[in-house]
Design a binder for this molecule. Structure first.
Ligand code: PLP
Length: 475
């Protein structure tokens, strides 16, 4: 399988070339040159693989269609090392449970940091270690986080040979639980940096360092953000696993509702659908930051100024633009790289929006690609969390609640609707208490983490300061 850029660069690359790279050199995102097709016989075989051998073997089947530069035995071993009961808590890895009237919850958040980002990041950690060892290289991962991404990255990379993580976060802005999760890590290769500023200051520092190409090359700076194709690919697997659990045979269809921010998770659903997984609808659920809902309703993609981004109680969906959205629009517009370059590279930068309403492809977003969308607010989250608790004695987190709210508006008779559970409620306890008057359950391994010693470096929002720090650690 070869990979191409969404902005027209056709230089063919293999999986491991793009694994350690972020954006393509032309500023685009990588996608496979085509989507491998999964026919009925293969789908049936994969159904048995998941049932009889488990998630790791299913992951190997999916991944091997996209990765031809890692020997099969090694790839299989990496999948087995990643998707274990010890790390993800159950033999199913992503167990499905019924919620109500045709709605199911697919649990993606039983990994080390209790959010679905572990599903991809744990694999990425193992792939990085493998590929860096094979090349005899090292990588310094620099990132900015407001919570879930940073902790998932640190838990995936801790103790990995050849990798250091420098993770910036806005001082005092993460929940106490999230701070404890990250700052209690004592691994030598993990560096938490609390920046005197807001999330955008962190992101600006990371961008400034990455844009200094000499520094980037000399100190081998890399990223693990959600535009990394390997992360997206890992996420494709659980759409298949969800489908197999909700259906008995391949003539059945299912729909998914996906709590969305950067469009990474639901884009993996799009890829699964393009491969032939029988998905009826992919419903994009947003919070008050409704850039994506607006697009699917109107055809207008209008990025927000970061000052206009709402701080909500589902903070991992608080985005001003959806960094993976370019991938879907590339497919929507017939993979026209020049057009994507003019929309994303030019129009967005110049006027901050583009409008596809009049474009014939826009109607296809719903018809051919099965997309739909909805929005949920703080009041909706509280009402949904409270209602699910009262009726089913089940607690769901705030992001999942956005999904359930929107899913309820989109259920179709006879089509199972699977809501992706993207985090556990304990990560956002304050809102859960506001909704239900009760503290959510805490997995045993997290009892008392707020009291653990913390290891974090305070830093001003200053590019030179972080460069100096990185240089010091690489000496
Ligand atoms: C990251 C995240 C999301 C958003 O996922 P995208 O792939 O950015 O659309 C939703 N919920 C939780 C809990 C997250 O951590």
């Amino acid at each position: 399988m070869l990979y191409i850029s969404t902005r027209g660069d056709q230089t063919p690359k293999h999986f491991c070339d793009i694994l350690l790279e972020g954006l393509a050199p032309d500023g685009g995102l990588y996608l496979p040159a085509h989507y491998p097709q999964v026919d009925d016989a293969t789908l049936s075989r994969w159904r048995s693989v998941y049932r009889d051998q488990g998630y790791a073997d299913l992951a190997f089947e999916v991944l091997s269609l996209y990765i031809d530069d890692i020997p099969a035995a090694d790839l299989k071993a990496l999948c087995h090392k990643t998707y274990t009961v010890a790390v993800f808590g159950t033999p199913e890895i992503v167990p499905l449970r019924p919620l109500e009237d045709g709605i199911w919850l697919e649990a993606l958040s039983n990994g080390p940091t209790l959010a679905f980002k572990d599903m991809a990041m744990q694999l990425l950690g193992n792939l990085f270690e493998y590929e860096l060892a094979r090349r005899g290289e090292v990588l310094n991962i620099l990132g900015a986080t407001s919570g879930d991404t940073g902790s998932a990255a640190e838990y995936a990379m801790r103790g990995k040979k050849g990798v250091r993580v420098f993770m910036t976060s806005p001082q005092g802005r993460m929940s106490p639980f999230q701070q404890a999760q990250m700052f209690s890590l004592m691994d030598d290769n993990i560096f938490n940096i609390a920046v005197d500023g807001v999330f955008d200051d962190c992101q600006d520092m990371v961008k400034a360092v990455s844009n200094d190409l000499d520094f980037k090359r000399k100190y081998r700076i890399g990223t693990v953000n959600s535009i990394n194709w390997a992360r997206l690919l890992a996420q494709v697997v659980y759409y298949f696993a969800g489908y197999f659990q909700a259906t008995q045979n391949n003539s059945q269809k299912v729909s998914f509702t996906v709590p969305s921010g950067n469009f990474g998770n639901v884009c993996a659903g799009h890829v699964a659908r393009m491969m032939g997984l029988p998905i009826a609808r992919l419903v994009v659920a947003t919070n008050e930051n409704d850039v994506l809902d607006e697009f699917f309703k109107t055809g207008v993609y209008r990025v927000r100024a970061s000052a206009d981004t709402h701080e909500t109680s589902s903070p991992s969906m608080d985005i001003s633009k959806a960094s993976n959205f370019e991938r879907f629009v590339f497919d929507l517009l017939g993979r026209d790289g020049a057009r994507i370059k003019s929309l994303f590279g030019d129009a967005l930068g110049r006027v901050g929006f583009f409008d596809l309403e009049a474009h014939p492809a826009f109607a296809l977003a719903a018809r051919r690609y099965g997309f739909d969308s909805g929005k949920s607010t703080h009041a909706d989250r509280l009402a949904t969390i409270k209602d699910i608790w009262a009726r089913h004695s089940m607690m769901i987190d705030t992001h999942t609640a956005d999904g359930v709210k929107v899913a309820r508006d989109h259920v179709q008779a006879g089509v199972p609707m699977i809501v992706l559970e993207t985090a556990l409620p304990i990560k956002f306890a304050e809102t859960i208490v506001e909704a239900t008057g009760r503290e959510p359950d805490r997995p045993a391994r997290f009892i008392g983490i707020e009291a653990l010693p913390k290891r974090v470096v305070p830093m001003p929002a200053d590019v030179q300061a972080i460069k100096t720090f990185i240089v010091g650690q690489c000496a």
